[in-house]
Design a protein around this ligand. Sequence first.
Ligand SMILES: Nc1nc2c(ncn2[C@@H]2O[C@H](COP(=O)(O)OP(=O)(O)OP(=O)(O)O)[C@@H](O)[C@H]2O)c(=O)[nH]1
Ligand SMILES: [Mg+2]
Length: 350
Amino acid sequence: MFNKLKNKLSGFKQNFSSKIEDKATPVEESSSTEPEAAEGISFQEKEAVGTKDENKTGFAHKAKALVFEREFILDEADVEDILWELEMSLLESDIAISVSEKIVTDVKQELVGSRKKIGGNTSKIVEDALKKSINEVMSANVFDFDEFIDSHEKPVNIVFVGINGTGKTTSIAKIAHRLKAMNKSVVIAAGDTFRAGAIDQIAVHAERIGVKLVKHQEGGDPAAVVYDAIQYAKAHDSDVVLSDTAGRMHTNVNLMAQLQKICRVSAPDLVLFVDEAVAGNDAVERAEQFNEAVPVDGSILTKTDADSKGGAAISIAYITDKPIVFLGLGQEYEDLKKFDPHWFVDQIFS
Ligand SMILES: Nc1nc2c(ncn2[C@@H]2O[C@H](COP(=O)(O)OP(=O)(O)OP(=O)(O)O)[C@@H](O)[C@H]2O)c(=O)[nH]1
Ligand SMILES: [Mg+2]
């Protein structure tokens, strides 16, 4: 997962930290290594009255300071090329332009132009600056799915949308499995009446997981299926309705109008846009285009297990201003992760 991005960031860390090493200088003794004068007596007086042991400790402290305490100051010209390379690496990793620019600016602001102490090793200083910025980008929009379900009036109505083959049906099955394990009652609406085999596909999942499926005939009106599923859930006091929809291109006017009808008729509490992490910037753009047709509340990024770049995951919430709700990490029901920016950033730097 994210191997290409990891390699690129690691190359950047190495280059930037060797630049810091080049510019590192020992901290001058007078700056911060001398012990503060005790209250009421001057520093000279304190030294004069100090015991032999205290003097020894003071000397050891100073000696240590000379060897280990270092600082650096970088100016823009020192790292211009390295930061340019970072920006190119981020763009090549499918991170959106504005997000790449933000990360580069953050790193620059954090490490360039002012005097910095070298606390740990230099590579850690660079990693911390990168981590801080990426964390900030990814924490801009967070959403707690479980809290949403618990705090919302029953049945919570969730509609899944996206282009063909991105993992909508599989994600619904994973979420149904997850909700069931949390003792929630789930109804699935077989709202993909368009693709041959779609109803059977979701029926197999519903049966395996042990949740109710509401379905009509192939070619039927998906809005009616979703409506019926909600009526069923209301009558049976179910907690959640998960509505599948057919994959559609955002450019297909008729199918987008059908999606609008589904949302009009069923008034979803949550519309989740599903796309593949591997689609990179395309996924981000599609999220925006779907949002223009039906107000999308958040995204699910699937196939993150096969994503070597990480760009969509880093950019999508920042660009669309909607949170990532789940990540798909494989084909099994358990391969679903509630999105956590800190976990994600740890994966990139693991
Ligand atoms: N590796 C991996 N494969 C996934 C993941 N999520 C879904 N898939 C696979 O992607 C393929 C398509 O998944 P579906 O759930 O049928 O996608 P869909 O969006 O419902 O497709 P349409 O209904 O045709 O639009 C299947 O083979 C899934 O097993 C994931 O997180 N990781
Ligand atoms: Mg499907």
